[in-house]
Design a protein around this ligand. Sequence first.
Ligand code: HEM
Length: 484
Amino acid sequence: YITKTDLDNIPGPRATSFWKGNFHQIFNPNGWDFHKAIALKFGSIIRINTYLGGKMLYVFDPKAMHHILVKDQHIYEETSAFIENNRLVFGDGLLSTLGEQHRKQRKMLNPVFSIAHMRQMIPTFYEVANNLGQAVEVKVKSNVQEIDMLEWMARTALELIGQSGLGYSFDSLVDNAPQHPYSISVKQLVPVSFRLIFFRIYVIPRIARWGPPQFRRALLNLYPSKNLHQMRDIVDLMHNTSLEIIQQKRKAFEEGDEAVAQQIGHGKDVISILMRANMEASEEDRLTDDELLGQELKEAKGEGAELSYDQLVSLPYLDAVCRETLRLYPPVSSVLRTARHDTILPLSNPVLGVDGREMHEIHIPKDTDINVSILSSNRNPDIWTSDSYDWKPERWLNPLPDSVTEAHLPGIYSHLMTFIGGSRACIGFKFSQLEMKVVLAVLLERFRLAPSGEIVWAMNGISTPYGKGSTVPSLPLKVSLVSE
Ligand code: HEM
């Protein structure tokens, strides 16, 4: 608080609250305009004021992102990870592991998310998407005026990762079928977790090692916060369901190949492959049960036939629509990292300091929180040209401008930061492409989808739609049959 650092010399928006700085503007469900305004005004390195005069760095400079996510990623760990003696004590990362343990997990998991494996999974993808199509058709035929497609998309996404990832069915996707409690909790998770952002960044890492786990659980039970208690129940449900799945799989493995083949996923799902690989792995690469548990894990089409993997992924306009949507509307707007020790951050574009000095690199003090803005990188007009805020799929049908290729963005997908880059990059990025394309191919063949009133997207960590007047996430659409 007393010593001036490079962070103080970086321009940024004025704090609008002594207590909160700009925290409530950056982490705000309606924060879209604020993010756009600061990105256009201050450029790709911005100082953000946080609680009680604290500072956070907002970054979308390509070289800086490369250092944070790839080159020096061991320095910049996930913000809410609480690390002690190089061990993760607490963290909400999807794989929630560090260093060597994370490397082992990725080594085993990467082949499961490979194109070769995606090809094998395509019948499962179609089966689930066709069940969805069937269920929506039943609803349309019963003259329902509007359908909450968020509910159906959330159920479909969970069933897809359930069947092909975990070899487990959560939901038969039949209309009016009772939903698995997990399915319901997944929809609550994003808004609840977002409402706890202050807690996650500032409180939990500080209390993560207070006493034994039973003591912390008692404290949590006593603390009068509905959001915190809801989060506790969601996490418990996820943990117990994961344990149940692993136990079922283990039993099938003990009973032999026939029992495994009979299961959902037919032994080709992520967990089955992982368990088999784990049994065969050398001692040093083997994962413990805890580690296993920590993973989550009309033209082209002939009459009646389903498009093959290769046909589906090579349809140029479908591909351009998916890319452009993932560029302009990245589901995850930013990732948070914290510098675990002092370091130097080099920049692609120099920053003009408050004192008039041009800075080509920034000294980052230990414990600096960094917001890597996926959103502002994907919409950067210096890279994506002056129409960067417009949705134009055709930009992908022509060669990309030199400014895109010359920026050397560290994203693993298409010069976009949507799935970030480096060793923590999204392992499911090909899975999610296939998922989008299969679901679109199946739905668009049968249905016409149109908005039915205003939809507001909340910047909730993961963008979430709310139909007008709804307090719970929803995406009401008018759906009709194409054949009508
Ligand atoms: C459009 C859909 C998706 C988007 C935009 C997305 C985006 C991301 C991002 C930004 C991260 C990095 C988070 C961080 O480091 O703070 C991430 C990590 C991850 N994603 Fe995704 N994801 C998507 C779909 C999926 C799917 C379908 C799966 C699984 C089948 C998946 C599995 C994972 C896993 C396991 C990680 C953690 C990787 C690690 O730490 O090594 N994602 N994702």
